[in-house]
Design a protein around this ligand. Sequence first.
Ligand SMILES: CC(C)(COP(=O)(O)OP(=O)(O)OC[C@H]1O[C@@H](n2cnc3c(N)ncnc32)[C@H](O)[C@@H]1OP(=O)(O)O)[C@@H](O)C(=O)NCCC(=O)NCCS
Length: 244
Amino acid sequence: MIEYLDWDTKFFELKVGRCTVDSDLSWSTAQVQAGDGDFKLVYIYSGYELSGSSNDCFHLLDVGGQIEFDKTPLAHPEDQETGRNISSYRSLPLSPAICHLAYTSGRLSRFRIDPHIPRTKYESLYATWVANTLQRHPFGSVFVYQMDGHPVGLITFEWDRSVCTIGLLAVLDSAQGRGIATKLIRHVESFCMRRRIGKLRVKTQLSNLSARSLYLKCGFVVRERSYLYHARASSLGDKSVSLL
Ligand SMILES: CC(C)(COP(=O)(O)OP(=O)(O)OC[C@H]1O[C@@H](n2cnc3c(N)ncnc32)[C@H](O)[C@@H]1OP(=O)(O)O)[C@@H](O)C(=O)NCCC(=O)NCCS
């Protein structure tokens, strides 16, 4: 069954859906449903690697898979310097520095590596992501890490009563390898402890080895992994490029 994605459809200005398949056979069935429903782009999640075929009416693009991690938040005593460097960010419109961090966070994102999606659309998507999190206040928040008065790290997260989900996380290239991402994650953990939120969750690309290593080092465990594809109606051909 293809789930219609309203937000994505409006953002990309073409009909977008999502579905989970578990074999090449269910991928064939999904294509018929996607064609009947006039979907132009479908995000396909699969526990198996799909082969696709030249006869398919939807072209599959492997966008790198995804992996989801969970952890039970722990209290982390924060030193004074970290406390001074991390602050809540609330300004709209976003500053150029925050936009730059948002784009950095999606460097390996499927929306960046899909050649049908122009760079400007990708950047707009990631900036909108931060703005949407701010607008979900009091259930969404953004923290930045400052060095010498400049933001060099960013983390966004949203929560309900039981789960807090990290959305974007980035540290500028020039500031990486100094424990800044670890401090930002710990800051969110402390936030969860204060709110008695029992689960912290985050997703990244299977191909993002540095983020995967970071999450394991911070005590997360793998919850789920899946192959991920962008399927496009073949009849659109190159027209889909201009639609986006
Ligand atoms: C991933 C990222 C946030 C890490 O930020 P950081 O501040 O450099 O991370 P830390 O210094 O806290 O690193 C902690 C651990 O993460 C892992 N790690 C971080 N960078 C790594 C790299 N380039 N290669 C391998 N492991 C890495 C290591 O296990 C590291 O521990 P160590 O220093 O003892 O080896 C940063 O590289 C980044 O912004 N990347 C681009 C955007 C991105 O991928 N964001 C995550 C999307 S979900």
